[in-house]
Write a protein that binds this ligand. Sequence first.
Ligand code: PLP
Length: 480
Amino acid sequence: MRYISTRHGSQGNPAPLGFEDVMLAGLARDGGLYLPAEWPQFSTAEIAAMKGKPYVEVAYQVMRPFVGATFDEATFRRLIGEAYASFETPEVAPVRALGDSGLHLLELFHGPTLAFKDVALQLLGRMLDHTLTARGQHATIVGATSGDTGSAAIEAVRDRRTIDIFMLHPRGRVSEVQRRQMTTVLAPNVHNIAVDGTFDDCQDLAKACFNDLGFRDRHALTAVNSINFARVMAQIVYYFWAALKLGAPDRPVAFTVPTGNFGNVYAGYAAQRMGLPISHFVVATNSNDILARFFDGGDMTMAGVVPTYSPSMDIQISSNFERLLFDLYGRDGKALAEAMAAFRATGTLKVGANVLGEVRALFDAGRLDDAGTLAAIADCRRRYGETLDPHSAIGYAVAQQHRRDPGIPMVVLATAHPAKFPDAVQKATGERPALPPRLADLLDRTERVDGLRNDVEALKGLIDERMGALRQPRPARRPA
Ligand SMILES: *Cc1c(COP(=O)(O)O)cnc(C)c1O
């Protein structure tokens, strides 16, 4: 399988890359996002043959074409097995019916940090470590988080000798549970940094490190945010898994996806392109609704970000949306690069009526504000006895407005465990959800974190110093 950038052709014509390079690079050098030059195809018979197989087997079948010769069969099966053994249930992602409503929850939050990002990152951490070990190389992850990504990435690479991770979060602006899930990991290769600034400041700092190509090469910087194609790949699996449980390939299934950066729903789109019968997708957003506005009117216009009860969907621009736009621009990387540059400059991107009609055949979209979110949590609890987190609750409510055909099962992706967002859940239900046993002592664990002013030179200095120091024997560092 060969991979190209969504902006290929905009800066010369670099040769397509293999999976290993795409996984290590994250973002393409021309500023675009990698995707396969062609989608692997699964026939109806091949999909039917996966019915009843365990999650790890479906995972192996679905992902094998993407990795090509990067891992031999035994190695790839072992990495998949180890990644999903870290989940609380052998089902990995249970599918739960909500009464006989035709709605089903796909529970993606049984991993170590209680959010769906574990599904991809537990595998990506192991794939990276395996590849770096084989190459005798070391990589440095620099990332920014507003909450869930940071802890999932840290948990995925903790204690690996081949990787150091520097994770930036905005000081005082992530929830206590989210912060502690990061800062209580005391592994020597984990560096938590609390920045005096906003999430956008953190993201700008991380980006500035990548844009300094000398710095980027010196530390072999790697991004594990949702633009890394390896994450999309691992997320494709559970669309197959859920659809198989509900009758695919003999009958179609619909999916509603609580959406921020469009990574998760894009993985569903990929599954559909690969041959999985999906009738349509519902893109569910909170009040930060740039995507819902796009699907309504065909124009994507930036607006300020407002904080909500569903912080992992508080985004200004959906980075992965560029992958869908690539198809909408007829896979013309040069035209897309120009459109993205204009979008950066003007804050608006518009597509024509034909293109809009084409996407609306496959995508519906809806939004829900904070009051609606609390009402949805309470409603699901009352009707079905299930406690949803605020992100999943948005999916639950928006899904019901977009059942195109009541005969087609609608799967709502449940992206986080309710205990990750206890304040909102308590407000909605009057009860505070308990953390699962393996995290029950989280609030008593020791934290370690470095403070940093919002200054890129200070950040680079800190990384240089740590990585220089780490080449010598690691100094013992005292917990904060
Ligand atoms: C990251 C996240 C989302 C948004 O996922 P995208 O892939 O960015 O669309 C939704 N819910 C939760 C709980 C998340 O952590």
